[in-house]
Write a protein that binds this ligand. Structure first.
Ligand SMILES: Cc1cc2nc3c(=O)[nH]c(=O)nc-3n(C[C@H](O)[C@H](O)[C@H](O)COP(=O)(O)OP(=O)(O)OC[C@H]3O[C@@H](n4cnc5c(N)ncnc54)[C@H](O)[C@@H]3O)c2cc1C
Length: 329
């Protein structure tokens, strides 16, 4: 008979772990949000979470291929722009590493996974307490109590210590370690601006902008088959409003940038199932990797921040799921 396994979190790592382990365990995924995907979020084809994968990321590329998804290169033709106090300067960036997007957005990966899952996914079940006694787990959520023989948490490490209660309690060294781990991109706020036309392309501009003034610090082309769009990341202290974004784009590209169709903004710092207070400050990409288990090796931590290779990225999330397969399958 299959043993019961609870996976906490229906982001990429949780869904992929379920996919890899579903033949061996009877799996229930408990997800706090009212949707699956976690940090992966695509609205009307626009990626408000991750957008890019890179050639050297073997496992995510394999998955994209396995699911028959199509990649296309990030648009980089033409000059880039540096926004200064005085105005703008064009430049030709060198040393750019080719990055790729997925047709339909990164959510296509999540959708493909969910179509292949034969597990119980429970949404709006925020896990609050984990208790372990007599080789058995009791998982308390905001609404229910679940029981299982094994548990995998996919929560970013800081959320583990700040939103889960453990009985017996977490070791203080683990707590300290987890609290020090920044949740990748939980400091970011991203926007997508859709236009009638990709006017930058007509002017031999790639859409790439680097700015110290903002509110957007970095802008890139985000067009899809069906839309012309730019994506921007806000400066840490920027005022996050559509008007500020519009003003900046007109300053950079001129009046033509007035023809905005729609703006999507997502401030990940406000997402309580991703970010904690400590994550609000921007950091350089940290070295990631965790290798801890609890309760007679029956409680595991996965998720991108646990991966020693490509931690923080989609590839790290996939690798953490592949790792758990080596432990449990
Ligand atoms: C703006 C942005 C841009 C990014 N850009 C890129 C990029 O271009 N390329 C790239 O490779 N990576 C990028 N990333 C990182 C990428 O999104 C992550 O590496 C990946 O999605 C992490 O997946 P995960 O499953 O490890 O974690 P998550 O997706 O965070 O999954 C954790 C899940 O746990 C759930 N959860 C939280 N608390 C609870 C609770 N108490 N009970 C139950 N469920 C809970 C969450 O809702 C979530 O679904 C970006 C991220 C962001 C936010």
């Amino acid at each position: 008979m299959k043993k019961d396994l609870i996976i906490i979190g229906a982001g990429l790592s949780g869904l992929y772990a379920a996919y890899l382990l579903q033949n061996k365990f009877n799996i229930t995924i408990l997800e706090a949000r009212d949707r699956i995907g976690g940090r992966v979020l695509t609205i009307n084809g626009n990626d408000l979470g991750p957008s890019w994968v890179w050639d050297d990321q073997i496992n995510i590329n394999k998955l994209i291929e396995e699911f028959g998804l199509k990649k296309f290169p990030q648009y980089t033709k033409g000059d880039a722009v540096y926004e200064t106090k005085e105005g703008i300067q064009k430049f030709v960036p060198d040393g750019l590493i080719d990055s790729y997007r997925i047709e339909g957005g990164i959510i296509s990966l999540i959708k493909s996974l969910s179509l292949r899952l034969n597990v119980n996914i429970k949404l709006q079940e925020e896990v609050k307490k984990v208790s372990y006694q007599n080789n058995h787990f009791k998982i308390e959520t905001s609404n229910n109590i679940f029981e299982s023989a094994y548990v995998i948490s996919t929560l970013p490490p800081r959320l583990v210590t700040q939103s889960l209660e453990f009985n017996p309690p977490l070791d203080s060294n683990i707590k300290k370690q987890f609290d020090s781990i920044h949740t990748w991109m939980a400091h970011s706020a991203k926007c997508i601006v859709e236009f009638e036309q990709a006017f930058w392309k007509d002017r031999n501009l790639s859409g790439f902008v680097f700015s110290n003034y903002g509110p957007l610090g970095e802008i890139q082309d985000a067009s899809t088959k069906n839309s012309s769009a730019l994506v921007g990341f806000f400066h840490e202290k920027a005022i996050i409003t559509e008007d500020e974004v519009k003003k900046q784009l007109i300053k950079i590209f001129g009046e033509v940038a007035k023809n905005v169709k729609k703006i999507y903004i997502l401030d990940w710092r406000e997402e309580r199932y991703t970010s904690t207070k400590k994550d609000r400050k921007m950091v350089n990409h940290p070295e990631y990797g965790i290798c801890e288990t609890l309760y007679d090796d029956k409680f595991y931590f996965i998720g991108t921040e646990t991966s020693f290779i490509d931690g923080g990225y989609l590839e790290g999330a996939v690798m953490s799921a592949l790792y758990i397969k080596t432990q449990l399958a």
